[in-house]
Design a protein around this ligand. Structure first.
Ligand SMILES: Cc1ncc(COP(=O)(O)O)c(C=O)c1O
Length: 438
């Protein structure tokens, strides 16, 4: 039985409308959540989150599934994901610290990052993180220096830039040659790095890693990546005598942000990748390595919605109807950064009746402060109504800022009618907490 929620909706698994036409998630009325916790508010459907973790584990048997915590790095999120048996991928000392506070077993932590500091590498050694992903020649030197200083040997993967163009947004492509990440394969840098590690006794290279990008639809780029990576392991065996036994194929699976998006299922994605690995292993007569994958968005994005209260509505006849909400680019930078689209719905009453095309905007002093461009919403929308924005669990809270000194929103976890606080709302005192009064 697959645990995967197969649905054509971008809304969380337990979303429903009650008799009054109000949205409920996890059996909780979102209008009650807004009344009790204020808006903007992230609402996380715990069943959805856990179900997606399980779907990954099922789709990738015997594979280490590491949650890319950059998608949303909060203690409670990491606790749930780790409880479901996933590893955690971190990219900074702050994410590593969050994993430690969440009680994540450190041998199931993967430490990425294209410019890790000596202090971050020391913490990684002291905490005993499971794998370090080395991203550059400088970092190999830093690893050796810290390893010598602390008498620690880093279990390491080399980050390979495999030359695969994932055809996604420019800002979320990472596997093509001209990238700041990793050792570029086509330029010979990956081979040079592998050779270099022979001289580094504190850097034990167990495998390789590649992440080709994010929000990728279809399976072809992932299949191509698997072929390149297994081919590389086999070539290094033949040419360098290297016996690497681990291979991390990264994250990047696309998800449904609007009903127009059509991603593959986790089961389809897993089957395609594993079949590609097996074919490549057979072709190269290479034993299947211990595989790892690193989903972020696909684990946490669909599980959450953001609730906003409608404020100003500005109708420009023949032009645009602007609907302003009480958050915006400080709690979801994605529309401003990537022109990303999320489904939006009226949720405190039935979303029936005549519709009007509106542009939903935030309250920040930026024209680019968009929530959703041109979306059909009930024409009788008024100040005080509640809008929910779908699939906001990834790269929203984790990218949130205090721009215009807005306190960052609270986040709650809902399940079976119960509500738990995940992150409290910031106060104005928090907002000025780092400022020094002269
Ligand atoms: C190295 C690495 N792994 C995994 C991910 C997760 O990607 P996604 O959230 O698209 O699954 C990222 C995202 O940037 C990444 O940089």
């Amino acid at each position: 039985m697959t645990a995967e929620p197969v649905t054509d909706s971008p809304w969380p698994l337990t979303s429903a409308r009650d008799e009054a036409g109000r949205l409920t998630i996890g059996g909780v009325d979102v209008a009650d959540l807004a009344a009790g916790h204020g808006t903007p508010l992230w609402v996380v459907d715990e069943d959805d989150l856990r179900t997606r973790c399980r779907a990954y584990v099922e789709a990738f048997p015997d594979v280490w599934v590491a949650y890319a915590s950059k998608a949303w790095c909060a203690v409670g999120i990491l606790q749930i994901v780790a409880e479901e048996g996933l590893w955690i991928d971190v990219v900074s000392g702050g994410e590593l610290h969050t994993a430690a506070v969440a009680g994540v077993p450190m041998d199931r932590v993967v430490f990425h990052g294209s410019n890790k500091s000596l202090a971050e590498l020391r913490s990684a050694a002291e905490l005993g993180v499971g794998r370090i992903v080395a991203d550059s020649f400088e970092e190999l030197d830093r690893l050796e220096a810290v390893g010598t200083e602390l008498d620690h040997t880093f279990r390491t993967w080399l980050r390979i830039t495999p030359g695969i163009d994932a055809h996604t947004h420019d800002y979320t492509r990472t596997g093509h040659d001209d990238s700041k990440f990793g050792f570029t394969l086509s330029l010979g840098l990956a081979d040079e790095a592998m050779r270099r590690t022979a001289e580094l006794p504190h850097v034990d290279v167990l495998g390789i890693h590649a992440h080709i990008g994010s929000q990728i639809f279809g399976t072809d780029p992932f299949v191509a990546n698997a072929e390149v990576m297994i081919g590389l392991l086999a070539r290094w065996r033949d040419e360098l005598g290297a016996t690497l036994t681990e291979c991390n194929l990264g994250g990047g699976m696309g998800i449904r942000y609007t009903t127009a998006d059509d991603p593959v299922t986790v089961a389809e994605y897993g089957a395609a990748v594993l079949a590609a690995v097996d074919r490549a292993c057979e072709e190269h007569d290479f034993p299947r390595p211990q595989l790892a994958v690193e989903p972020g968005r696909a684990i946490v994005a669909p599980a959450a919605v953001t609730l906003y209260e409608v404020g100003t509505i500005k109708r420009l006849p023949g032009l645009t109807t602007y609907v302003s909400v009480d958050g915006g680019m400080s709690d979801n930078i994605r529309p401003a950064l990537y022109r990303a689209e999320h489904d939006v719905a009226l949720v405190n009453r039935p979303a029936a009746g005549e519709l009007e095309v509106c542009t939903v905007v935030g309250k920040h002093c930026e024209s680019g402060d968009l929530v959703r461009d041109r979306v059909a919403l009930p024409a009788d929308l008024v100040a005080g109504d509640l809008l929910a924005v779908a699939a906001t669990g990834a790269y929203t809270a984790s990218m949130a800022s205090n721009y215009n000194r807005l306190p960052r929103p609270a986040a709650v976890l809902v399940r079976a009618g119960a509500v738990r606080l995940l992150q409290r709302r910031e106060t104005y005192a928090d907002v000025v907490a780092r400022d020094v009064v002269l």
